[in-house]
Design a protein around this ligand. Structure first.
Ligand SMILES: [Fe+2]
Ligand SMILES: [Fe+2]
Length: 203
């Protein structure tokens, strides 16, 4: 583990996943690029929905810039490896997690922030595995560089949830969302995608 996290996941991706998922590096990178784009879009949506919360607006605006710089870096590597960005397909993992949203804070703000933090936490875990076990040196370098930056986002969203909605409420709702995530993540079908499940039986 490369950094200190605000919380731990309820299920850990097996190391072999990072080897398997890089069997088609261009497919993985293209999917990853769309994940970065969606992370930026989600932050823009937060700003639109909660413009009267200056701490949130400033933090989300900063994350938009950083996610788009990640997007740029991933697309550059896709092209360096001879590929091009392909169409994004729906992120079943994120959609299933959103079904667990309960709106415990005003207009669902708490869940939006906590879910962003949980997804960043899972991404950090995947990036760390890829930094070590990806089949290609270029991918090991990319994910080694990006993992620490997503750790910052994970902690930022957690801090925002506590500051905007109350630390006790954030902590107790986080436990519920982590439980949901630990059931959703391992059941995803295997594919060359960032939020794919592992090959073979997982439970
Ligand atoms: Fe990112
Ligand atoms: Fe991020």
């Amino acid at each position: 583990m490369i950094a200190s996290y605000a919380f731990e996941l309820g299920w850990h991706t097996p190391e072999i996943w990072a080897h398997d998922v890089t069997g088609d590096p261009l497919a993985l990178l293209s999917d990853h690029a769309h994940c970065e784009l969606q992370a930026a879009v989600a932050c823009q949506a937060l700003i639109s929905r909660y413009p009267d919360r200056p701490r949130l607006v400033d933090a989300a605006a900063q994350v938009v810039v950083e996610e788009m710089s990640h997007f740029r870096r991933v697309v550059d590597l896709v092209r360096k490896l001879g590929g091009e960005l392909t169409d994004g397909t729906s992120n079943v993992y994120a959609e299933q997690l959103r079904k667990g949203l309960g709106g415990t804070c005003r207009s669902g703000l708490l869940d939006r922030l906590l879910l962003a933090s949980v997804i960043e936490r899972r991404s950090c875990e995947r990036f760390e595995l890829l930094a070590e076990h990806a089949q290609q040196a270029e991918l090991r370098k990319l994910y080694g560089d990006l993992a620490p930056e997503e750790v910052v986002h994970q902690n930022l969203f957690m801090d925002l949830a506590a500051a905007e909605c109350g630390a006790d409420e954030a902590k107790s709702r986080l436990a519920e969302l982590l439980l949901i995530e630990s059931r959703v993540a391992p059941l995803q079908a295997f594919a060359n995608r960032m939020h794919a499940g592992p090959q073979g039986p997982t439970l």
